[in-house]
Design a protein around this ligand. Structure first.
Ligand SMILES: [Zn+2]
Length: 358
């Protein structure tokens, strides 16, 4: 558990908003290299690590986690050196002002803060409103546009929250980008665990780009892999916080990973119930806590199941509160239990397994 925490903490320090995933791509290649028979990245940005199985007739399985995170990008710099920005992905607008950010320039990281109007001169009608992102600005302590440029800021510089991870009670962690460093920590842990075992099935560990802006990397990630099935490993929104109606969000932090039936939202998707029942069965047999139900939003499973002639896909997630904020809260136990389910499932994946529905 301690090594899982260390891994997670080091992964959340890597800044890689959608479209600017190179730091996390490099890190994932580095992690998977000693564990896989082959590791490569694609020009599109996906990273693939292959652990070849002992039985070519056993099904091939892809485990996907996304290498991007919600963040921001420099849109413009004004003559006073204030930086105007836009969102990349769906950062919660209410959790941006008054926070520290890190600008990932080619000359190295620059710390800034998102400015906010002094309380003393805020009009009553403004006090309870959040301005649109277009009206927010970052202060890096530069006196002019030229100084900001000289320090490495450019239009297009990616930005992330500058929030370090903290440990709360009960093995809960609060951090920016738990989504989806949790998934990356899971696939690395699974790869470490399976690397020295004779596993029948070939396992593809896939880091996908641009999940947060529309599952873009996953749309092409398994296209030329010899896979019969795919599992997306991600976070999912949890209920049981005072401002969320538990009727609508019943997944609970600390009660086990969520093995999803499907995803609700702008585009409803139902996953492979064959895979879901398989993972639920593994959890039951081994006495590993889990939850199952329908999640809100989309995961890479949505895109992967529509590739080739259709790939059996499902998603499994670590429930977290405060989605897409700098303080996403999840349980390390849920993450650990997720890796346990996947490790045991893959160990038992033999040529007898069929992903067919009838
Ligand atoms: Zn995610």
């Amino acid at each position: 558990m301690e090594s899982l925490k260390q891994l997670l903490f080091s992964l959340v320090e890597v800044g890689s908003p959608s479209g600017f995933e190179e730091p996390m791509m490099r890190r994932l290649v580095e992690e998977l290299k000693p564990l896989c028979d082959e590791v490569y990245d694609t020009p599109r940005g996906n990273v693939v690590g292959v652990q070849r199985g002992t039985d070519p007739e056993a099904p091939g399985i892809a485990l996907a986690a996304h290498t991007d995170q919600v963040g921001f990008v420099v849109f413009n710099v004004d003559e006073r050196g204030f930086i105007w920005f836009r969102r990349v992905g769906g950062a919660v607008t209410r959790s941006i002002m008054g926070h520290q950010v890190r600008l990932l320039t080619d000359k190295g990281p620059i710390i800034g803060v998102v400015g906010i109007k002094p309380g003393h001169i805020t009009k009553p009608e403004e006090a309870s409103k959040v301005p649109p992102v277009e009206e927010m600005y970052i202060d890096i302590g530069a006196d002019s546009r030229e100084e900001a440029y000289r320090r490495g800021v450019e239009i297009g510089t990616p930005i992330v929250w500058n929030t370090g991870p903290v440990e709360l009670g009960n093995n809960y962690i609060a951090t920016a980008a738990a989504d989806d460093r949790v998934g990356l920590a899971a696939i690395i842990t699974i790869a470490r665990n399976l690397s020295d075992k004779p596993i029948p099935a070939t396992v593809y560990y896939v880091g996908t780009v641009e999940e947060e802006i529309g599952l873009r990397g996953a749309e092409v990630a398994v296209h030329d892999l010899d896979v019969d099935m795919a599992v997306a490993i991600d976070t999912c929104s949890a209920g049981y916080q005072p401002d969320v109606n538990m009727r609508d969000l019943y997944y609970e932090v600390g009660k086990g990973p969520a093995i999803h039936i499907g995803e609700l939202g702008s585009r409803t998707r139902l996953g492979s119930q064959v895979l879901r029942r398989w993972l639920v069965g593994v959890a039951e047999t081994n006495g590993i806590p889990y939850q199952t139900g329908l999640m809100y939003g989309g995961t890479d499973a949505s895109a992967m199941q529509q590739t080739k002639a259709g790939v059996a896909a499902c998603s499994i997630g670590v429930p977290r509160r405060y989605s897409h904020s700098p303080v996403e809260v999840f349980s390390l136990d849920d993450l650990h239990n997720l890796t346990e389910i996947m490790i045991r499932a893959i160990e038992g994946l033999t040529r007898e397994f069929s992903a067919h529905r009838i």
